[in-house]
Write a protein that binds this ligand. Structure first.
Ligand SMILES: [Zn+2]
Length: 423
């Protein structure tokens, strides 16, 4: 744990302000995107961290439009192209894929941020880290690889393998840490069971999950821990932002790595108004070490709960109980009740016999309606419905489907099928 992780708020904020001032002094003379965005504010001397709120937000839509207007990489570049060493892109699940470049300096910064994720999860240089992921243009697991290297742990890229090959590789090399999406950890356990392998007895002692929420959803986490006989930790990051969230020994949501990011939690209905004291809002982040392709006051679209600045682990970095609760756009309003897909996951994963499920969203007039398809024995349906009714005060239709018929996912699980637009 670095000293800053347990420092006073005034020390943390002084560190953030100094980094922000340094960064702005580097990007303003050269970065066309932020030159235009911050036009008229160049001479603004940020004297207090609160002055950050005088700067405008950055949105994904703006970055995508900028890239379309200035192909290939857009104008959010602070250095000549020859200074950049890595190209990654977003998955494009919410629009066109965004191409993002990193310099050697910012790639090192990514690695250091991931090192914090490992350290929060109790991983050390004596561990053997297996990354169960196809290594493509998605940044998440490349940066996880870089972080494990910085930690000094033996690191195994599990790309180009099917699930069975990955399970065998984990056993053969005696991996102690598994990094993958939460959905894929469950998929691997399912394949292990098919082949009569018991991963509870494997050497894996820690699992870390990226790419989608899940490891902060209690029932999902317990299911992964049970299947792997391991302790499960959450992590959150974004291609356009960095690896900003890490879990600690309390396994209660995430901390924001405030040594490298400034976090604001804002009311999504009245953007600009901060929320505090356990309230839910949109996470807005500024990164403090990626000056080659920065993001200032970036609206992540992620909903989080502001959990204050104290934690039993001793850290004073912002705590987000429950981790990423969902996307701003994901929230469904069913008969006047707010429903997050993560709440459905939490309830469904309490039933060990539920293998996979799908949420079907339709629209009846101005109202959203949801129905579920669940891989489970038909006689379980009534019990699931009762749990859902207790938690959400909604009666949700459920159709049981044959085991193995719903899709499985390695990267971002798409369990919500939106049929509203086609109606
Ligand atoms: Zn903590």
């Amino acid at each position: 744990m670095s000293n800053l992780e347990t420092a006073s708020r005034s020390l943390i904020e002084a560190h953030q302000l100094a980094r922000l001032q340094l960064g702005l002094s580097r990007l303003l003379p050269a970065n066309r995107f932020y030159q235009e965005k911050l036009a008229g504010k160049e001479r603004l001397s940020l004297e207090r961290l609160a002055d950050l709120t005088l700067l405008p937000y950055t949105t994904k839509r703006e970055l995508v439009a900028d890239q379309a207007a200035h192909p290939l990489f857009g104008s959010n570049l602070t250095y000549p192209l020859s200074d950049y060493i890595r190209l990654h892109q977003t998955s494009g699940t919410t629009g066109l894929p965004l191409k993002i470049l990193d310099t050697q300096e910012s790639w090192d910064w990514w690695g250091d941020s991931w090192k914090t994720v490992y350290q929060g999860s109790g991983v050390t240089r004596d561990d053997i880290v297996f990354l169960a992921f196809g290594f493509g243009p998605f940044i998440g697991f490349w940066s996880a690889y870089e972080g494990a290297k910085k930690l000094g742990a033996l690191t195994v890229p599990g790309g180009g393998m099917d699930s069975l090959q990955r399970l065998r590789a984990i056993q053969e090399i005696g991996a102690t840490v598994l990094v993958c999406t939460p959905s894929y950890a469950l998929r691997l356990a399912e394949v292990a069971q098919e082949y009569g392998m018991n991963m509870r007895d494997s050497t894996v002692r820690v699992t870390i999950h990226a790419g989608e929420p899940g490891a902060s959803i209690p029932a999902t986490r317990e299911r992964i821990e049970d299947a792997w006989g391991a302790t499960t930790y959450d992590h959150a990051g974004m291609t356009e932002m960095g690896a900003f969230g890490f879990a600690c020994s309390e396994q209660n949501g995430l901390h924001v790595n405030e040594a490298e990011f400034i976090a604001e939690v804002l009311d999504p209905r009245r953007i600009g108004q901060p929320v505090q004291g356990g309230q839910v809002g949109e996470l807005v982040l500024t990164n403090l070490g990626r000056w080659g392709s920065p993001a200032i006051r970036y609206r992540t679209g992620d909903m989080v709960r502001h959990g204050g600045y104290s934690c039993k682990c001793g850290r004073t970095f912002l705590h987000l109980p429950g981790g990423i609760l969902g996307r701003v756009d994901d929230m469904l309003i069913v008969r006047g009740i707010n429903v997050y897909p993560s709440t459905l996951a939490d309830i469904l994963h309490r039933f060990p016999a539920v293998a996979e499920y799908r949420v079907i969203v339709t629209r009846d007039g101005p109202m959203d309606e949801i129905a579920l398809e669940v891989e489970c024995p038909p006689d379980l349906i009534k019990y699931i419905q009762d749990e859902l009714r207790t938690a959400l005060h909604l009666r949700i239709p459920i159709e049981p489907v044959e085991p193995g018929t719903l899709p499985r996912f390695e990267l971002k699980a798409k369990r919500v099928e939106d049929r509203r637009k086609r109606m």
